[in-house]
Ligand binder design. Structure first.
Ligand code: ADP
Length: 547
């Protein structure tokens, strides 16, 4: 069997100018980065298509669900049935590339290319975000060194690096000096700048959001913002080009816009608003994805990204695999290749809850079963029958093996849903709800929790949020993706569980409150045998063993 990378190398790529002209992008709006990558300059977003499709999934498991693969394959499928579709994806972080195999560019015959360039450096966005973030830290430190006119008592800012590097999780700066201070690095995709870039509507809005970033407190416990340092201009300058979305293509030469990739726990986990709107400007249909499962990714896509940007999806595709459903039904990983209809039936409870949740947002659902070669006919039939019983549209997709051809049925059903959806998208909470009410609504309605506990630490933070007047912001819950609850071991559809809020953080630039249910690792480490040991460049100059 060929690897994803081997398949991607066989792609008959078209010049990016051809892809752009097929889409209708004017020559002067295209900034080429070599033959196969470009950025698109954007201006006004009017006359946007309304045919936005969100791809999400069940709670992720160790087997991988293939959400990106289905997202790319569905867009190719839509193009196959004559719809002008553009796929809008998140941009991969470099950090994990050295660690483990598995890119963020789809898989099998449903991929975007050039995959090695998308995974390594791409068009420099991650570099720009790293520089912009560290410039703020450097200018804070210089301000303090030069006399600390603003009276920084506590700096609530840190460094970022696009690398998995556990040795930088805690550091001393000004080591050995009177001004010695503790600090730390996070991976670049955890930077608030990444979330800001993904929520900004244009350069002005970007600058405004950067200006509003909270970076510390003075002796009187008053907040200090980026605008107090008067550095929002330079930070915006560093990010100017990174704000333009990137254009590449699928293996089937259909346009793919890839831009921005914030964490889906401490941030909202979707590609940029500008990327999605650019795709809707040029495409008749747009397929996009959100991180993790529907409890985290889709909820934030709607309650944060859609609320702020005015975007309104018309359908949700929930991706599931038989292996993952069997894991949710209690099967051990070693037994996944054995047919087990009982466990599969139990595991369906997980997707059932996500379907109910999407309906709470008024979003019609289609189940996309991502077919693996190990799936048996009886297992597939069981899910199809179950979907029919509960009245939910179902499609068996074979995009990994067949590309767009494997998603023709899915594409036809999605078009049907989109064309007939007259419902208005609903949010789970209102801006005016208190932060506690917002948390309670997401926890009870979406996760299925019976109650919410708050630690003393989180209540102190809540007091600060209310005092500073940020109670109208949406919430961004950071919790385990593996369970609907805050306990990764509670797979399937847990009931009668409590959740505990342990901490909260103000992200006044991005415009949300991060609510922690679990500790979140924002600087990953590398495994004992990292994938870095296999990566090489061969005699023809091709990178090998990337994935
Ligand atoms: P996710 O977006 O859910 O993390 P991806 O789409 O990135 O998942 O896929 C993860 C990996 O699983 C990729 O290497 C891809 O090739 C593989 N994969 C996806 N679907 C299938 C399938 N149907 N059969 C075999 N491998 C698959």
């Amino acid at each position: 069997m060929k690897t994803d990378y081997e398949i991607s190398l066989e792609a008959k790529k078209e010049n990016i100018e051809t892809i752009a002209s097929k889409m209708g992008v004017e020559k002067e709006d295209l900034v080429k980065y070599g033959n196969y990558k470009a950025k698109i300059k954007f201006d006004k977003f009017d006359n946007l298509s309304k045919n936005l499709i969100l791809v999400t999934s069940i709670n992720p498991t160790s087997t991988g669900e293939g959400k990106s693969t289905v997202t790319v394959g569905l867009s190719d499928g839509l193009n196959k049935i004559g719809k002008k579709s553009v796929v809008a994806l998140r941009e991969p972080s470099f950090g994990p590339v050295l660690g483990r195999k598995g890119g963020a560019t789809g898989g099998g015959y449903a991929q975007v290319v050039p995959m090695e360039e998308i995974n390594l450096h791409f068009n420099g966005d991650l570099h720009a975000i790293t520089s912009a973030h560290n410039a703020i830290m450097s200018l804070i430190n210089n301000h303090i060194f030069q006399g600390n006119e603003l009276g920084f008592e506590r700096v609530e800012f840190n460094y970022v690096l696009d690398m998995n590097e556990r040795a930088l999780r805690s550091i001393k700066i000004n080591a050995g000096k009177k001004s010695e201070r503790d600090s730390y690095f996070e991976i670049t995709v955890a930077s608030e700048i990444m979330a800001i870039l993904c929520l900004a509507e244009n350069l002005d809005d970007l600058k405004q959001k950067i200006a509003n970033m909270l970076i510390g407190f003075n002796k009187a416990n008053e907040p200090i913002y980026v605008k107090d340092l008067k550095i929002e201009g330079v930070v915006t300058a560093i990010l100017r080009d990174a704000l333009n979305p990137n254009l590449v293509q699928s293996l089937e030469n259909n346009p793919a816009i890839i831009h921005g990739g914030p964490f889906a726990n401490i941030a909202h986990g979707c590609n940029s608003v500008i990327a999605t709107k650019t795709a809707l400007k040029y495409g008749e249909y747009v397929v996009t994805e959100a991180g993790f499962g529907a409890d985290l990714g889709a909820e934030k896509f709607i309650d944060i990204k859609c609320r702020k940007s005015g975007l309104r999806p018309k359908a949700a595709v929930i991706v599931a695999t038989i292996k993952a459903l069997k894991l949710h039904g209690g099967v051990k990983e070693s037994d996944l290749n054995i047919e087990n209809l009982g466990a599969l039936k139990t595991g369906l409870e997980n997707i059932e809850k996500h379907i109910e949740n999407m309906n709470k947002f008024n979003l019609p659902v289609i189940i996309a079963l991502n077919k693996f070669v190990t799936d048996t006919d009886a297992e597939i039939q069981l899910i199809e029958n179950w979907a029919k019983e509960i009245g939910v549209e179902f499609s068996l997709t074979e995009v990994w093996a067949k590309g767009g051809e494997g998603a023709i049925d899915l594409a036809e059903k999605v078009v049907n849903i989109v064309e007939n959806n007259k419902q208005e998208l609903k949010f789970i909470y209102e801006d005016e709800d208190s932060i506690e009410d917002k948390i309670n609504k997401v926890a009870k309605e979406i996760y299925g929790a019976s109650s919410v506990n708050f630690t003393d630490e989180s209540l102190i933070k809540l007091g600060r949020i209310n005092l500073l007047g940020y109670n109208n912001l949406p919430i961004c819950i950071a919790k385990t993706p593996n369970s609907l609850s805050d306990n990764p071991k509670l797979i399937g559809r847990p009931r009668d569980f409590e959740i505990t809020v342990t901490d909260m953080n103000i992200r006044s630039g991005a415009g949300f409150i991060v609510v922690y249910l679990n500790k979140v690792m924002t600087m990953p480490g590398l495994p004992k045998v990292p994938n870095a040991l296999a990566i090489d460049v061969n005699e023809e100059g091709n990178i090998v063993n990337l994935f």
